[in-house]
Design a protein around this ligand. Structure first.
Ligand code: GLA
Length: 382
């Protein structure tokens, strides 16, 4: 009898220990793997849900390394999914603008799908007018990655690996890419990118999540307040290719050095905004790349959600969801109208292979391409 009582007390103590102070759910951090359908050729796809002790979670799948859901608490404790996407795999298998995906080998545009490396000219698939965009016709967003649970105590973590063969989409070298997603108890979604090659090549990996901190599908992002740690940006030509000269943000609608509502200046009669149909530009980060430094911060006034972006990359593409046009019905049947999501794609500058003055994107055998980006969530009072 006595033993049973003691066992009961022990069980209660264990239950209490797993109830974290301040945690909304009391659940311990964990990784859960669930089937998420299969591709046209029958490859099984899984969803990995990484949850921390505060009730924040990220769901990532091995198709495209896509962040399918990202649930974070708001000021009042309510948890919402803050990224655009679909309820099931089929949505992602259809045409969509890179929702949540890993983008590679080369994030953003390469002019006329051409570049020269070591005296050899390489021709890529042109999938954006005359330019190559986001890795080509079947970029890293449309391939199946090998997934592995690499969680450490208290930190759920999933590692995704993909071998991009020499010549794939026109790029030289066998590129071995590894992307690791972690959810930390500091309410961070952390993404670590690693790549090696057996032949000189170019690499620029990023993540293309569309954020709406009011909750996906809940209106446009024009009232989100954005701050970017950049004194200059790279202006573009009519095809959204950088002209090559960085321009100071001072005195332009691209000045986000102080938090400013995204909609405050987006409709100004500014040549760069007209070319981008809004913001679709690379910002030159003050940190310069190489070490983890703040890149941007977003605040959504109604829910109080704050997202800080930190990166080791030298640039961030701020895209204000200009091409969304109400033709996509996403999660929970929500229709995604223009500017219903914003992207902060940490990266090297677009078209770098054709701009020797930009930080290099060349990767050689024996070198390691290694970058980290953190999306950190918190809340603030009005
Ligand atoms: C990037 C580009 C945009 C657009 C989107 C996807 O952010 O810079 O021009 O192509 O991807 O729709």
């Amino acid at each position: 009898m006595r033993i049973i009582v003691l066992a009961g007390i022990a069980a209660a103590l264990i239950a209490a220990a797993s109830c974290t102070p301040g945690g909304k759910t009391g659940a311990a951090s964990q990784l859960k793997k669930t089937p998420f359908g299969s591709t046209a050729d029958g490859t099984a796809i899984d969803l990995y849900t990484l949850a921390n002790k505060h009730g924040m979670s990220a769901a990532v799948m091995n198709y495209g390394g896509i962040v399918v859901a990202l649930k974070v608490p708001g000021r009042d404790g309510r948890i919402d999914d803050v990224v655009l996407g679909f309820d099931n795999l089929n949505g992602y298998l259809g045409t969509n603008p890179y929702f949540g995906a890993i983008v590679g080998r080369y994030g953003n545009r390469i002019a006329r799908g051409r570049f020269t490396l070591d005296g050899v000219e390489y021709t890529l698939a042109r999938n954006n007018g005359e330019n190559a965009l986001h890795g080509g016709l079947r970029g890293f967003d449309k391939v199946v990655w090998q997934a592995r649970d690499v969680s450490t105590p208290g930190t759920p973590r999933v590692e995704l690996r993909y071998l991009s063969k020499d010549g794939e989409e026109g790029y030289p070298g066998n590129l071995s890419a590894t992307v690791t997603y972690s959810v930390t108890d500091a309410n961070e979604l952390r993404i670590d990118y690693l790549a090696t090659t057996d032949k000189d090549t170019v690499v620029n990996l990023t993540n293309h999540s569309y954020f709406n901190l009011a909750g996906q599908g809940n209106g446009d992002i024009l009232k989100h307040e954005l701050q970017i740690d950049a004194d200059s940006f790279t202006p573009v030509d009519a095809g959204l290719i950088p002209t090559g000269e960085p321009r100071k943000v001072e005195g332009t609608p691209f000045d986000f050095r102080q938090p400013t509502a995204i909609g405050a200046r987006i409709h100004e009669n500014n040549e760069q905004l007209i070319r981008g149909r809004g913001y679709d530009h690379n910002f030159v980060l003050r940190g310069g790349g190489g070490t983890l430094a703040p890149a941007a911060k977003v605040y959504e006034p109604t829910t109080g959600r704050v997202m800080e972006v930190l990166t080791t990359q030298p640039g961030v593409q701020f895209y204000s969801g200009n091409f969304l046009d109400g033709t996509i019905r996403g999660k929970g049947g929500k229709v995604y109208q223009q500017r219903y999501g914003l992207c902060l794609e940490t990266q090297h500058f677009p078209d770098s292979p054709n701009h020797p003055s930009f930080p290099t994107v060349v990767l050689k055998p024996g070198e390691r391409y290694q970058t980290t980006t953190i999306y950190r969530f918190s809340t603030a009072q009005p």
